[in-house]
Design a protein around this ligand. Structure first.
Ligand code: CP3
Length: 370
């Protein structure tokens, strides 16, 4: 999307002109790992590293009003993106936003209710699709791109900035169900009954997501991650159509404009399909959920591409010896190849920040030689 990039060009120029005059920075460890290098001390970051488990987040969140107001307020969104960086010194920041800003920017109504999660006016037919449009796409997302530029300008050079979006299938589940779902009955029945109309929805999401990720990269994101949180709900026979194909098209579009920016794919719950997902989409790296055995990933996936993961966030909640030993096993299995240490899903609400600090310390001090 030319417009999105143009619109933010001025902001980016102002935000980064100081940074770009400095001598060439060292390549951040995250980018070294994502380009296929084994790093003596693997880089790490945590999915949902900014959020309600941090008291300083809750403070800013209260100031912002609603969660969506926070996502669209660059000054506050920059602050909450940086909060975990200041506390834990991970190797990457992830843009503070949400995967549902895309349907919102396409004109679907969206609100977040305490305890209920996201609520959308469900789109369930071709007529519903016709109500969506790109008319306000750029103006709605402009503040998010301003956040990207602001974060990049504020980050130390050795800390990489990760942009993200939801993968089309996962975003479609929220658009069609109207929120979080247990069984995905409505979205699955549409996808399986009427592949053509559902394909139009996926097409719309593929092109808007690719444009949005390219705009994030133009604004300063150095890697991007596609979250396919509900990929595990797709039947095997539809996996190629609903998960692989849309992801591959986004990877191709991003690579065409930004050939050197790595794309990480995180398809949760796909187990033995992970290799197909990685290879048939052209992703640069693959994120693993906590059910995926690290030793198996080291044997099969890691010789082909960098992997990221996969400590169960429940261990982070528990802390202590149980957490340390589970993290050690993952580091010992995957730390000798191209690897980004992370969780297998997002940090849980109620996780003590001291546990996150202890885990960060452990990963930083891990040494394969020891
Ligand atoms: O730190 C980070 O990881 C960056 C920020 C981020 C958020 N959401 C902030 C958020 C990211 C990367 C996401 C991705 C996201 N959003 C996913 C994919 C990853 C995953 O967790 O599976 C999904 C499925 C969503 C959709 C979504 N957003 C739901 C279902 C909910 C409600 C559940 C909840 O935790 O409240 C959200 C809200 C949300 N997104 C919050 C945050 C910090 C909490 C809202 C609040 O502060 O009130």
């Amino acid at each position: 999307m030319e417009g999105l990039a143009d619109q933010t060009a001025a902001i980016i120029m102002t935000a980064t002109s100081n940074a770009s005059r400095r001598p060439d920075p060292v390549t951040p460890l995250l980018l070294q790992a994502l380009s296929g290098h084994a790093i003596a001390r693997p880089p790490f970051w945590f999915m949902r590293q900014a959020g309600r488990y941090l008291p300083e987040y809750r403070e800013v969140r209260a100031q912002a009003g609603s969660f969506l107001d926070l996502c669209y307020n660059p000054e506050l969104a920059v602050r909450v993106t940086l909060q975990p960086i200041e506390r834990f010194r991970p190797d990457a920041a992830i843009l503070f936003s949400d995967i549902l800003v895309i349907p919102h920017a396409l004109g679907q109504s969206l609100r977040f209710e305490e305890g209920r999660g996201p609520l959308l006016d469900a789109v369930r037919s071709r007529e519903g699709l016709a109500g969506l449009s790109g008319a306000k796409f750029e103006t709605t997302l402009a503040p998010v791109l301003e956040t990207v530029a602001g974060v990049r300008a504020a980050l130390p050079e050795d800390v990489a900035l990760i942009g993200f979006a939801g993968a089309p299938w996962t975003v479609a589940t929220y658009m069609v169900e109207g929120g979080t779902s247990r069984d995905f009955a409505t979205v699955k029945s549409w996808a399986l009954r009427d592949p053509e109309a559902f394909g139009d929805l996926l097409d719309m999401l593929v092109s808007s997501t690719a444009d949005y990720l390219c705009a994030q990269i133009a604004a300063g994101a150095q890697a991007v991650q596609l979250f396919d949180t509900w990929a595990g709900a797709v039947p095997a026979g539809a996996f190629e159509r609903l998960v692989i194909d849309p992801t591959r098209r986004i990877v191709e579009a991003v690579r065409k404009s930004h050939p050197h920016t790595p794309v990480i794919g995180f398809a949760r719950g796909v187990g033995v399909r992970t290799m197909d997902y990685a290879e048939q989409t052209g992703l640069d790296a693959v994120g693993l959920d906590s059910a995926y055995p690290a030793s198996e990933a080291a044997r099969t996936l890691q010789p082909r591409l960098p992997v990221q993961g996969n400590l169960d966030p429940a261990y982070l909640h528990v802390g202590g010896e149980a957490m340390a030993s589970a993290a050690q096993d993952i580091l010992d299995a995957l730390g000798y190849g191209p690897f980004v240490f992370n969780l297998g899903h997002g940090v849980q609400v109620g996780t003590p920040p001291e546990h996150v600090e202890a885990l960060a310390e452990q990963v930083r001090n891990w040494s394969g030689a020891a």
